[in-house]
Design a binder for this molecule. Structure first.
Ligand code: HEM
Length: 158
């Protein structure tokens, strides 16, 4: 369809600036988490380089990049890390809003469309992580790594 506004739209990863930009985002995020009164307790001794690398692979894949996290274990591996963490609503909210601040720290594109898509994913993902972390949770055992897109607001191009 010639006038499809979603045609030839870049991936969120391309718009963000590629995998290097995602790594900056994740580093900025965990640098804040390490200083955070509600979140630092999840990572005793700090957030390791390996954890930062794995989460970067996850996000790079979600935002439209190669399947690097699927290759190291995918959804099942991610799920195993969240089971029984008992994440509270306050901790989830802090996690989500800290990611938005980290996007500023990392100088990711600040246009409303990109940031809406980013926080949309964070809101979705943190709610699933919180639900799956309940002691009595029975999450879906198998699923693909999600792929996120622009949603209702792709880049505005007059
Ligand atoms: C969008 C939401 C989230 C995403 C995309 C995400 C992603 C991930 C991934 C991919 C891993 C596994 C890393 C590996 O393979 O080694 C992981 C582990 C972990 N996540 Fe999340 N997570 C989210 C939400 C949360 C929330 C809300 C919390 C807590 C408030 C949390 C706490 C943790 C912890 C403690 C680990 C385990 C660290 C370790 O033992 O190595 N996550 N997360």
């Amino acid at each position: 369809m010639a006038d499809d506004p979603h045609e030839d739209v870049p991936t969120l990863l391309e718009w963000a600036g590629g995998a290097g930009a995602v790594r900056r985002l994740i580093d900025a995020f965990y640098d804040r988490v390490e200083r955070d009164d509600l979140l630092s307790g999840f990572f005793p001794g700090g957030v390791s380089a390996a954890h930062r690398e794995h989460v970067t692979l996850w996000w790079t894949e979600v935002l439209g990049g190669p399947d690097g996290y699927t290759a190291i274990g995918g959804y099942e591996r991610m799920l195993a890390h969240h089971l029984r963490l008992a994440i509270t609503a306050e901790q989830r909210f802090r996690f989500a809003t800290t990611m938005s601040r980290a996007a500023d720290d990392a100088a990711l594109p600040a246009d409303p469309e990109f940031r809406a898509a980013l926080v949309g994913y964070v809101e979705w993902g943190t709610r699933i992580a919180m639900d799956n972390s309940r002691p009595d949770a029975e999450p879906v055992p198998h699923a693909p790594v999600p792929r996120w897109g622009w949603g209702v607001a792709p880049p505005y191009r007059p």
